[in-house]
Design a protein around this ligand. Structure first.
Ligand SMILES: NC(=O)c1ccc[n+]([C@@H]2O[C@H](COP(=O)([O-])OP(=O)(O)OC[C@H]3O[C@@H](n4cnc5c(N)ncnc54)[C@H](O)[C@@H]3O)[C@@H](O)[C@H]2O)c1
Length: 317
């Protein structure tokens, strides 16, 4: 789909990733509407002169119906994103991430939205593979779906598949790995990059729970935006599920070192006891994203961390 002149709805558009998508959509010549309940999002992230902001909730049928009116394409980013909170309150997590997604899909289908993209997550858990492809089983292995958060995301994903295959609404599922970059805050208590950077900027020790040998695939927000734009433009993406990462593993210890270097502070790293039974490693297989979307991440971790540190300093978070 050519985005020029189209009306795009970004749910969760006042948040970290969604707001970068709104900026890019405006540059692509799209008209942009945002649906956000501002529970963690911030209107200061938005160019309010250009954007039609609907303050509302994806769980509310009336809010969702108004938000999808006249829309050509949906970028669904509104979510409960904190895995620990999902453990404490799985029903709330389900209501927002699963039911909210079905609410939006159904309303979108009824008004004739042409394409619907959803931000999903790394749902592979402790997959016994060096790099993890999209076809790794999520429901039939012990390793996958280690939290209610992953379960609610896969539930939303299942509905995207059905709406695409059976009802004829083009949908695309994008499985983000660990996203970082400007506008990421620690409001939702997730994101090692944000937590470590803000500690280092405050000249406080960086705390690592456990040995720090767990690995993650850290992807810069600008690359995630690029994956969305490619998935929106590319007709062959319809019905697909795509990993969005870098294909590079970084241990938590290495991340701490790189953050300290980017900040230029001499803060110590302290290890404390393991806190949660989180998964051991993550590295996205990008073969499918590359083949269908032509997606290739551009920003190296050191460069992305410098951009994040600069934003933290300028915005005074
Ligand atoms: N940040 C990451 O590393 C990461 C990794 C994998 C997937 N994701 C997914 O990307 C999307 C965006 O995440 P983010 O990191 O930008 O988080 P964020 O918290 O900054 O953004 C989420 C936005 O959704 C809004 N929101 C929350 N509940 C809502 C509701 N019920 N109705 C309407 N709006 C609501 C919040 O106010 C916020 O603006 C989410 O779907 C998340 O699951 C993020």
């Amino acid at each position: 789909m050519d985005l020029n002149g189209k009306l795009a709805l970004v749910t969760g558009g006042a948040g970290f990733i969604g707001s970068h998508i709104t900026d890019r959509l405006l540059r692509e010549g799209a008209r942009v509407r945002v649906l956000d309940n501002l529970s963690s999002g911030n209107p200061d992230n938005l160019n309010l002169a250009e954007i039609d902001l609907h303050q509302g909730d994806v769980r509310d049928d009336g809010d969702v119906r108004k938000a999808v009116e006249g829309v050509d394409i949906v970028f669904h980013h509104a979510a409960q994103i904190n895995p620990a909170r999902a453990v404490e309150n799985p029903l709330e997590d389900f209501e927002i991430n699963a039911r909210g997604t079905v609410n939006l899909l159904w309303a979108s289908f009824q008004v004739g939205v042409k394409k619907f993209l959803m931000a999903s997550t790394n749902v592979y858990g402790n997959a016994d593979m060096e790099v993890i492809p999209e076809h790794y089983p999520t429901l039939s292995t012990r390793e996958s779906l280690l939290s209610p958060y992953a379960a609610s995301k896969v539930c939303g994903e299942a509905y995207l598949k059905v709406f695409n295959d059976e009802l004829g609404l083009d949908t695309v599922r994008l499985r983000y790995f660990n996203v970082y970059g400007p506008r990421q805050t620690i409001k939702s208590e997730s994101g090692a990059v944000a937590i470590f950077t803000l500690r280092a900027l405050a000249e406080k020790p960086i705390i690592i729970f456990g040995a720090g040998t767990r690995t993650r695939d850290f992807v810069y927000v600008g690359d995630v935006v690029e994956a969305n734009i490619r998935a929106a433009r590319e007709d062959a993406a319809a019905g697909g599920v795509f990993n969005v990462g870098t294909g590079i593993e970084t241990s938590i210890n290495q991340l701490a070192e790189q953050v300290i270097e980017a900040v230029g502070a001499r803060v110590p790293v302290e290890h404390r006891g393991e806190r949660s039974a989180d998964f051991m490693s993550a590295r996205a297989d990008l073969a499918l994203s590359k083949k269908v979307l032509g997606f290739e991440p551009k920003v190296q971790l050191a460069e992305g961390l410098r951009a994040y540190v600069e934003w933290c300093r300028q915005s005074g978070v």
